[in-house]
Design a protein around this ligand. Structure first.
Ligand SMILES: Nc1ncnc2c1ncn2[C@@H]1O[C@H](COP(=O)(O)OP(=O)(O)OP(=O)(O)O)[C@@H](O)[C@H]1O
Ligand SMILES: Nc1nc2c(ncn2[C@@H]2O[C@H](COP(=O)(O)O)[C@@H](O)[C@H]2O)c(=O)[nH]1
Length: 222
């Protein structure tokens, strides 16, 4: 009997990844993100800081860290963000704390950020970043989803619809593009992407020791 590799009873060591889900507002990234967080081990949300007012049902620290403009400006000044952007007149930023250490420890992070933030993160941390863009099946369905969500005024919905075409025009800045027609099938596709990206050789830091161990194993006598 050959002795088993000490790490064979647990997953091999792996560097974490930054899994970005972007879409025009209302296409469903929050819906898919919540399902992933509820069903997949080893991935946590990168909770952004925002100056936007809290929506009904949102929870401080789970959906966002809600701050006022002077607090946000001070965080920018102190270099506390990996990226930040202004969207629909409000500021949004990804706090640096925890992300870098988490990645090293094999923790994956899910990002619900727009294309500007995606570009900034990609420029800073290219090899850790996986960029996924969700598209609605049609513009009329997008508007229908925003209206039936019931969280925004007509004026805000008009602004989101106006920006949607602009957001869609950045589709080619992503590694994967998935049409969110049906929630279950969109979720399955996004999960497949995550699982494949986790297996990338460059992320599997434990493979160096494991393959070395495999190669020095004596063969069983015939
Ligand atoms: N495939 C789908 N079919 C029908 N409705 C959907 C689908 N995906 C999401 N929805 C619904 O559409 C609405 C918008 O979804 P969600 O809030 O997830 O969008 P979002 O992209 O995160 O928007 P925002 O950028 O404004 O936060 C929600 O009411 C959600 O339940
Ligand atoms: N660049 C960043 N964009 C972000 C961040 N957090 C959220 N967002 C994007 O803002 C809009 C609006 O979000 P909403 O919750 O107010 O509807 C949406 O496109 C998000 O993806 C961030 O930290 N950086």
């Amino acid at each position: 009997m050959t002795e088993s590799f000490p790490a064979s009873s647990q997953p091999l060591a792996r560097r974490g990844l930054m899994f970005i889900l972007s879409s025009p507002s209302g296409a469903g990234k929050t819906t898919i993100a919540r399902k992933l967080l509820g069903e997949v081990q080893g991935i946590g949300m990168s909770v952004s800081v925002t100056t936007r007012p809290m929506r009904p049902g949102e929870v401080e620290g789970r959906d966002y860290h809600f701050v006022d403009q002077p607090t946000f400006d001070a965080m920018v000044e102190n270099g506390e963000f990996l990226e930040w952007a202004k969207v629909f007149g409000n500021c949004y930023g990804t706090p640096k704390a925890q992300i870098k250490a988490g990645l090293k420890a094999g923790q994956d992070f899910l990002f619900d950020i727009d294309w500007q933030g995606t570009q900034q993160l990609y420029q800073r941390m290219e090899t850790d970043v996986v960029r996924v863009f969700l598209l609605p099946p049609s513009i009329s369905e997008l508007e229908h989803r925003l209206r039936s969500r019931g969280t925004d005024s007509d004026t805000v919905i008009a602004a989101r619809m106006e920006r949607a075409r602009f957001e869609i025009s950045h589709w080619d800045g992503y590694d994967y593009v998935v049409i969110n027609d049906d929630i279950a099938s969109c979720y399955d596709k996004v999960l497949t992407i995550l699982e494949a990206e986790r297996m990338k050789r460059a992320r599997q830091t434990g493979l160096v020791d494991f393959t070395r161990w495999l190669m020095q194993e004596p063969s069983e006598p015939a």
